[in-house]
Design a protein. Structure first.
Lengths: 166, 771
């Protein structure tokens, strides 16, 4: 019962700031392998109102972008929802680089260090899936000239593995 | 190889899966066979034909709002003018409120999440519970003809068919009436494009009312009845007509609506009409109702009611808003010598943001849009703050952004408000005036409007942070895998990634068309031409595509094919550059040069070893074997060569002699269209002396070979660096193959890190008092 009332309150709190007659729920995450720094570079682009709703739910209080701990909570939340595993099925550490707010989008930067290659990798991106059933997360993965996309949504929330041809 | 090519072409043309690999797959193949055949209603040039017709529907509506139980009761008299050449046995009517019936297709066809997503179930359970307790949808009462006889009708989900007593002849009209009522949705809970908002603090309601009456579907030459069911995304299109609407609300409410108020003296305080008069000549917003007045009105609970009467001519819909909470400001805007009132209504919760920006943003939109399209033809333009995030109707729109409760607001809230007001007021032009079929094509209004929104935002302030329009901003979307992409030409209800597909991509495509493909002058004229042709009419996609070509003489079939019918991204690569210098023809120079090249060539292993291993060649033993060819040296300079060169040189004109002297460089660039979307090629050359030059090659460079082309560029100075798309104006998704010699591209994350470092340093400097 408590859960329901919390969610109810949040629905009242967050007005969609979308410049359109529609509300839609999509995030795009770019994962790119940087040979020079031997790291996987991750940029997540999410709508700020969706993100705020998600971190508010996770922390059971209304979180605003102006809050001092907004950055920490954002990182904590996304770290729990986005995962990369290497060929040996080891989960790699998401190192938080920073975030940028541009209009109604938040771009969050992560770096995953000491990655030898990104030829076979497993990824999970289930951010915001719990806040809206229409949420779709697209992950664009790139290693050298090889590219692929993955789609995560309510019907498809599991880890996905990609193997690039050598 | 053939197979690979075929596979590739299927991907390139997902709409041409013909099973034949000899079909013309060239990106420059004309669009003719994809577009409808032109006729007397729509010409091949994209204009309305000489027999173009459209229906007209006039409404006389009376509604009364029940503020106690948030419901609406109404009756309407409809006059339907059959201007078509067709006999109509029945009329189709939209019942959009039926979206909120607990058994609507919208709810039934929602795809569900599964248990693995944890908390989602709670949310869904909550929502489902809410739906079952809410008695939504239109309750249709009597439907009668002019003589009072009941008409037969059937409701099919969000559509209602009214059967006529006898088929309606061309050029005849039919009068009938409908009574209805419905429970108004709580917008904050149930979403949708209208509804009420309840304010706990002062216990008042604010109503944004739209899609509130049964509305006639469009019947036209291109689609017949536009009676595709409403699932929630494809908005709507209606016929143009005249409206007389009487709205009965509590006496202390203020009402804004489409059209002009007919009885101001009966419903408004004298002080308001006085201030309105003042505002009608003011070039700055003036308060009609101040915040103090609005806040004291919040405490009223009037038991009486008043009826506000509005008239609107030649509009495609009608919407209104009502509350006792409203603050009201207004200003005059001159559009093409005509006076328009730009006005905003907002509760105190919208301030101080709203009083500062809303009305100014309306005025700005009307001015800029009128320049790029047609002069705003209506007498008023409203922006209302309420529960709806952003939604448009003729002359009135609903916009959501508000500051924090302490009155402070973030930069993104500020720009969200200005942006949404521009966008929604802009919708007056697309689709309220240029009346495209939104239920089929979201891009025709959202795409064109978002493009104009970008132009308008950029005139608000320098470097206005527009969300959509810049080619580089569409790159993440365009680089996605094809499994998550749809062509822009996809039905409104089936689009994956609605925002990027129907708003951002077409807006960006039009910006690229304007800046890179056509040029501003040709584009602006053609775009305006399209709007002039289709203002107050029903255009189809082909009418837009054809008009843009018709008015500019630019063949854009490849552009529409790539950007609107396809999903391939732009990725042009510069694979190699070969340098050739000019053959002077001078034997002294050329033969010597060739000689040195040959001499430089390393001897083969056999040649090297033979030098010592063969003691004597046979021709040395038998000198009689030596003839002319044994001795002939092709690279020896002969008198004949010298004579020939003199003759050649004497025939050159001065310009050619100068070119010879200057030693011109011939570069051959090998270009590859990796992405598949053909685009102009923009090449920047940085010379050894540091100067730069940009060459712009039209997309037609790819017209014979869509995949690979070589281009010769002649320069006097030698080139240090070739760069493709130096200003990032084509949405090329891959920067790393844009340079020759190749350049390392700093990753976005690394660039971000540098920006961060710079920011931190600036802050430290500031703290230490050095900045």
């Amino acid at each position: 019962m408590l859960r329901r009332s919390i969610i109810g309150t949040f629905i009242f709190c967050f007005t969609s700031f979308l410049v359109s007659a529609h509300k839609y729920y999509t995030s795009i995450t770019q994962v790119e392998y940087n040979v020079t720094t031997q790291s996987a570079e991750v940029i997540m682009n999410v709508f700020s109102d969706d993100l705020l709703l998600a971190i508010s739910n996770q922390n059971k209080r209304v979180v605003k972008m102006t809050d001092k701990d907004f950055t920490t909570l954002t990182y904590h939340y996304l770290d729990s929802r986005f995962a990369i595993k290497d060929t040996k099925n080891h989960q790699l550490k998401n190192e938080y680089v920073g975030l940028e707010v541009n209009r109604d989008m938040v771009s969050i930067y992560f770096e995953i260090r000491s990655v030898r290659e990104l030829d076979m990798v497993s990824i999970k991106q289930i951010s915001l899936l719990e806040t809206n059933k229409e949420q779709t997360n697209i992950v664009n993965l790139r290693s050298g000239k090889q590219k692929t996309s993955m789609v995560f949504n309510a019907g498809n929330p599991g880890m996905q593995t990609v193997k690039f041809d050598q | 190889m053939k197979q690979i090519l075929f596979l590739l072409s299927v991907v390139l043309f997902p709409f041409y899966v013909s099973g034949q690999n000899d079909y013309n797959q060239n990106q420059f193949q004309q669009l003719g066979e994809l577009l409808p055949t032109s006729n007397n209603y729509r010409t091949a040039s994209g204009a309305p034909g000489h027999e173009y017709w459209q229906q007209k529907v006039d409404y006389e509506i009376q509604v009364s709002l029940n503020d106690d139980n948030q419901s609406l009761k109404g009756s309407e008299k409809i006059t339907y003018f059959n201007n078509s050449p067709d006999l109509l046995p029945y009329l189709w009517i939209q019942l959009d409120q039926n979206l909120f019936k607990s058994n609507s297709d919208t709810y039934l066809t929602e795809t569900s999440s599964n248990n693995t997503v944890g908390k989602a179930m709670d949310f869904q359970a909550f929502e489902a519970l809410n739906r079952e307790t809410f008695d939504g949808g239109f309750k249709i009462g009597a439907i009668k003809d002019a003589s009072g006889k009941s008409l037969k009708y059937i409701i099919s989900k969000t559509m209602m068919r009214v059967d006529l007593p006898k088929p309606l002849n061309p050029k005849e009209k039919f009068l009938f009436s409908i009574d209805w009522s419905y429970n108004i949705t709580n917008q904050k809970k149930q979403n949708g494009r209208s509804g009420y908002e309840y304010f706990e603090g002062d216990q008042n309601y604010l109503y944004e009312m739209a899609q509130f009456y049964p509305r006639l579907c469009v019947y036209n030459d291109a689609a017949g009845w536009q009676n595709k069911q409403f699932l929630g995304d494809g908005e709507f299109a209606l016929e143009f007509g005249d409206y007389k609407v009487s709205i009965t609300v509590p006496s202390d409410h203020v009402v804004a609506a489409t059209g002009t108020l007919q009885n101001p003296d009966l419903v408004m305080k004298k002080s308001w009409t006085d201030r309105l008069k003042k505002a009608s000549t003011s070039d700055k917003p003036i308060k009609i109702i101040s915040q103090n007045e609005a806040e004291s009105a919040e405490k009223n609970r009037s038991k009486t009611s008043k009826t506000w009467i509005f008239h609107a001519e030649n509009v495609r819909d009608f919407a209104w808003a009502s509350s006792r909470k409203f603050i009201w400001d207004a200003m005059n805007v001159k559009v093409g010598g005509k006076d328009v009132m730009a006005m905003s209504l907002y509760p105190k919760e919208g301030n101080p943001l709203w009083e500062m920006f809303s009305t100014q943003a309306i005025a700005h939109t009307l001015e800029v849009y009128s320049r790029y399209t047609i002069n705003y033809p209506y007498p008023v333009a409203w922006s209302i703050n309420g529960p709806v995030g952003g939604m448009e109707y003729p002359m009135i729109c609903f916009n959501g952004p508000r500051p924090e409760t302490d009155g402070s607001y973030s930069a993104q809230t500020k720009y969200a408000l200005i942006g949404v007001v521009i966008h929604e007021v802009g919708h007056n032009f697309f689709p309220m005036i240029v009346n495209s079929d939104e239920r089929q094509w979201t891009w025709m209004d959202e795409g064109l409007n978002t493009f104009c929104q970008y132009l308008t935002e950029q005139e608000w302030e320098e470097k206005y942070p527009s969300r959509r329009g810049e080619p580089r901003d569409i790159v993440p979307y365009m680089s996605s895998d094809k499994s998550v992409l749809d062509p822009i030409m996809t039905n409104s209800e089936s689009i994956i990634q609605f925002g990027p597909n129907a708003y951002a991509k077409p807006a960006t495509a039009l910006n690229i068309l304007r800046e890179t493909v056509m040029g501003r002058e040709l584009f602006d004229f053609s775009f305006k031409q399209y709007v002039e042709r289709w203002a107050f009419k029903h255009p189809e996609p082909a009418d837009f595509f054809r008009s843009m070509e018709d008015a500019s003489a630019v063949d854009l079939d490849w552009f529409w094919r790539g950007w609107f019918y396809g999903i391939k991204p732009v990725d042009i690569a510069i694979n190699n550059v070969s340098l050739y210098t000019i053959d002077s023809g001078n034997p002294e120079m050329e033969k010597t040069r060739q000689k040195t090249i040959i001499e430089k060539e390393a001897l083969s292993v056999s040649e090297q070893r033979n030098k010592t291993s063969i003691p004597k060649y046979r021709i040395e033993t038998y000198p009689e074997l030596v003839d002319f060819y044994t001795k002939y040296d092709a690279l020896e300079i002969t008198d004949y060569d010298r004579k020939q060169y003199k003759k050649y040189y004497d025939e050159l004109d001065q310009k050619q002699r100068d070119a010879l002297k200057a030693g011109v460089n011939y570069y051959i660039l090998d270009l590859e269209n990796v992405g598949g979307l053909v685009m102009p090629v923009i090449i920047e050359m940085e010379f050894q002396d540091g100067t730069k030059e940009v060459i712009r090659i039209p997309a037609e460079i790819w017209r014979v070979n869509n995949q690979k082309v070589s281009k010769m560029i002649i320069t006097k100075k030698s080139v240090k660096q070739f760069s493709l798309d130096p200003y990032q104006e084509t949405a090329d998704i891959e920067q790393s193959n844009n340079f020759f010699p190749a350049k390392t591209i700093e990753s976005k994350l690394q660039l971000f890190k540098q920006r961060q470092e710079k920011k931190e340093n600036l802050m430290q400097l500031k703290r230490s008092g050095k900045l």
